[in-house]
Design a protein around this ligand. Sequence first.
Ligand SMILES: Nc1ncnc2c1ncn2[C@@H]1O[C@H](COP(=O)(O)OP(=O)(O)OP(=O)(O)O)[C@@H](O)[C@H]1O
Length: 311
Amino acid sequence: MNESPPVLSLDRVSRRLSGRAIVEEIDLSLDRGEVLGLLGVNGAGKSTTLRMVSGLLAPTSGSVRLGGRDLYGHPEIAQTEIGYLAEDPPLYGELSVEEYLRFCARLHGLSRTAIGPAVERAIERCELGEMRRRLTSLLSKGFRQRVGLAQAIIHEPALIVLDEPASGLDPIQALRLRELIRTLADAHAVILSTHVLSDVLACCDRVAILHRGRLRHTAILSELDAGAALRVRVERPVGSQDWTAIAAIAEARALDAQHWRIVLKEGVPAGELARAINERGFGLLELRTDGNALEDIFVRIAGETGAEAAA
Ligand SMILES: Nc1ncnc2c1ncn2[C@@H]1O[C@H](COP(=O)(O)OP(=O)(O)OP(=O)(O)O)[C@@H](O)[C@H]1O
């Protein structure tokens, strides 16, 4: 079978600056339909990695491939195959949203006849209709990010690279942007950097944790959730013996008598716990994933000192 190469693959990619390793030997790959979150504390090397992925900064060693072709051997593919949203997108303040997007479409090499429909599509997807004639210098931060996203998708690139896309947004704007990013995965491969766990949980399929320039952990989020704890709130106060009597439960810890952290045995769906709670008349008030599996991993890695991280 002739399998097509991944949209993006990194093979032992490193970047050194003045003899210091900023990013070291990163291996990653990404396919259409996936959103990968690059998670790390400030200074972990996220932006440097994304700039190498976007064709803006050559690796000191290793290779970045797009659809199987070496990006730095064929730099022209960056223009057509990559859309990049920088942490603070440079918009030309004297242009309206529509003028700016037309300009970006030309930069990405779209033909004169293709520019109009591409601008309309990007405006629609990023919900910029009401703002199309507004000068970009007069936009709120949330709309500036949406315009940045619109220019990143205007040429329908295979890969979309987003550096801290939700940074500085209020919670509502951040939620809207995450929803938008999630929809992009239908047609593109998306890689985004963030130091915010909830960004990853809300819109990524996979996470790669960077620390001190090294890739320390990768995980598929749905698999993390499967083994993760659940938070349960019940009407009637119950004791740990009530939980251990339920065969599906591996572990139960009281937060208070009505509020528990439950870990299910491997492969048991959360619905089974809901059923058992109702059968026993505990009165289920709330059942949700604890979200701590990723947090535990991230906090452990982010807390490592230089010596531990190098080990
Ligand atoms: N041009 C440069 N010259 C010197 N040091 C640099 C340069 N660019 C990055 N660094 C250093 O490399 C490390 C990684 O930087 P990078 O911006 O990639 O991290 P980051 O994870 O994106 O951080 P943040 O979340 O703060 O944006 C940092 O210690 C930074 O100070």
